[in-house]
Design a protein around this ligand. Structure first.
Ligand SMILES: [Fe+2]
Length: 213
């Protein structure tokens, strides 16, 4: 019998706080998505069949891997969605809502960003609507530092329906270099239960610049 060292948690004690990490788990995830689930092949096919190269733009999204589009949705639509959510948080997830939302969210401004980032067409895997204020004080896993696992080429589109002063969400992003360092350390893609709210100490310990944007 052998124990696969890739799935053994490492425990790092920093001034009495214990962080549990899974070094190398990112390599397994990458292999799982790119090879086993064949996203690498799909990506190659999508890129070779791409016909809209002429519509691609030079966007900071390509180098920064994040970008902000301001006033993206019609404020009236945002207000309507908020009201619908408050009435019934389940029915707002209906396909009929998605049919209205898709063309408005994936409008020309976002579409040109996405094709320029991927150098191919793209598809939407999943979507959801959350009321952030219900979760910011909760001790739930997705309010803690994490990186969503997925194919090498995927992007998360987050649309805020109202202003920061109302929802109080303070989503912070780390740059790719620091994210990659945290993958090596094994914090990123660790056990979902081992996520923490503040990773500044952990980053300091490993000499990783912690400057969320
Ligand atoms: Fe996430």
């Amino acid at each position: 019998m052998s124990i696969d060292s890739r799935f053994v948690k490492n425990h790092i004690n920093i001034d009495g706080t214990v962080y549990s990490v899974l070094p190398n788990n990112f390599k397994d995830l990458e292999h799982s998505f790119e090879i086993k689930k064949q996203y690498e092949k799909l990506n190659q096919q999508a890129m070779s069949g791409f016909k809209r190269v002429g519509q691609c733009i030079d966007t900071p999204l390509r180098s920064e891997h994040m970008h902000v589009l301001k006033a993206h949705l019609d404020p009236k639509l945002c207000q309507m969605l908020i009201e619908e959510y408050d009435k019934n948080s389940q029915t707002v997830h209906d396909n009929s809502v998605l049919q209205v939302l898709l063309p408005q969210v994936f409008n020309q401004a976002l579409d040109e960003q996405l094709i320029s980032y991927f150098n191919s067409e793209y598809c939407v895997f999943w979507w959801s609507i959350y009321k952030v204020s219900e979760h910011v004080t909760d001790d739930v896993y997705f309010t803690k530092w994490h990186c969503d696992a997925g194919p090498r080429k995927h992007l998360k589109v987050i649309v805020y329906l109202n202003g920061h002063e109302e929802h109080g969400s303070d989503t912070g992003y780390l740059k790719k270099t620091e994210t990659d360092q945290l993958k090596e350390v094994g914090y990123i893609f660790n056990d979902i239960n081992d996520r923490v709210v503040d990773i500044s100490e952990l980053c300091q310990h490993f000499n990783i610049s912690f400057e969320p944007q």
